[in-house]
Design a protein around this ligand. Structure first.
Ligand code: Q46
Ligand code: ZN
Length: 310
């Protein structure tokens, strides 16, 4: 097979794009996809300071690599979630990536923060799934780090597969409030929020894996051990089957949702957040969801210590 761009021997075949590329042309194509997403959605400008949330996986490290290559001012943000060997290994990958490229990195270790709570403990005490606890904790620490560091934009590595799976989940349950917020750019709705963007929202997981391989990025291949039971994976598998039978399905699903359906949902977007009475961060009730979770853990831990049933 020949490269669609230069007719050299192709190394990658992208069925969804009906294209094949040699190595230099694939890297060009990948970067241009990110540039186009940023320009089309007005995600950020070269003057702004970007905080890039990195997990040690291929998507976030590939994204950080492209953004730095494109000349954006970036700082990485790694959250130590306290998930055993997975957290230790992913932290090491991020540190090495940043050090070899001379890029600034911030590390927030959840167990060392004021609340002192790592994900497994929150999940165990509250009897939530690890991912439910993790989602609330991650959102809070991302927002807090962006605010504290004076960043303009928070960038995450969500790719097309993530967005398609999330869309499928939201549609299957008609979660209209979630659909209202499922966009590649979220403008701040509170003075303590910064803009949140997802430059890989139209880039498939396979493409980021190929990019990471070609660029020699050493990322953590293993998934978080808690991912296995997550419903998201089931949606991803279903979408992969649809994609195999009809290439381009995921791209059309997400693109068309954003073009023709999403505006109707965002029109009815709900209330604006107030200030959390405990931490000052945005909240939809008296306290934000993070503080409410921390309170719950503290109350249940105290009850258990006093010998009462949880
Ligand atoms: S890190 Fe956290 Fe994910 Fe692990 S506990 Fe679930 S949400 S699976 S992206
Ligand atoms: Zn709070």
């Amino acid at each position: 097979m020949k490269c669609t761009r230069c007719r050299a021997r192709a190394e990658v075949h992208l069925r969804a794009h009906n294209s094949a590329f040699c190595r230099p042309c694939f890297l060009f194509f990948f970067r241009r996809q990110v540039e186009r997403a940023i320009a089309h959605e007005r995600m950020c400008t070269p003057e702004e300071h970007l905080l890039v949330a990195v997990s040690g996986g291929k998507d976030s490290l590939a994204l950080w690599d492209v953004l730095a290559e494109l000349g954006y001012r970036t700082t990485g943000l790694y959250l130590g979630l306290g998930i055993g060997a997975y957290s230790t290994a992913s932290h090491a990958k991020v540190e090495t990536f940043a050090a070899t490229r001379g890029l600034p990195l911030r590390v927030v270790d959840l167990a060392r923060e004021e609340s002192g709570l790592a994900i497994p403990e929150v999940a165990r005490v509250t009897r939530r799934t690890a991912c439910a606890a993790c989602g609330t904790m991650k959102r809070h620490y991302f927002d807090a780090a962006a605010l504290e560091g004076g960043f303009d934009v928070l960038v995450t590595g969500h790719n097309l597969d993530d967005e398609a799976a999330r869309l499928m989940g939201n549609v299957l349950r008609w979660q209209t409030d979630h659909l209202a917020r499922q966009r590649p750019v979220l403008p701040p709705t509170h003075p303590r929020f910064v803009r949140k963007v997802k430059p890989l929202y139209l880039t498939g997981e396979y493409e980021t894996a190929v990019y990471a391989f070609m660029r020699g990025i050493d990322y953590i291949v293993d998934e978080c051990p808690n991912a296995a039971g997550a419903t998201q994976l089931l949606y991803k598998e279903a979408l992969n089957r649809l994609e195999a039978a009809s290439p381009g399905t995921k791209l059309a699903f997400v693109k068309e949702f954003l073009r023709s359906a999403q505006p109707a949902f965002s029109q009815v977007e709900g209330r604006r957040p107030q200030d959390c009475t405990r931490c000052g961060m945005p909240a939809y009730g008296e306290v934000c969801s993070f503080c409410s979770l921390v309170r719950e853990v503290q109350a249940k831990t105290a009850r258990a210590a006093a010998g009462a049933p949880a």
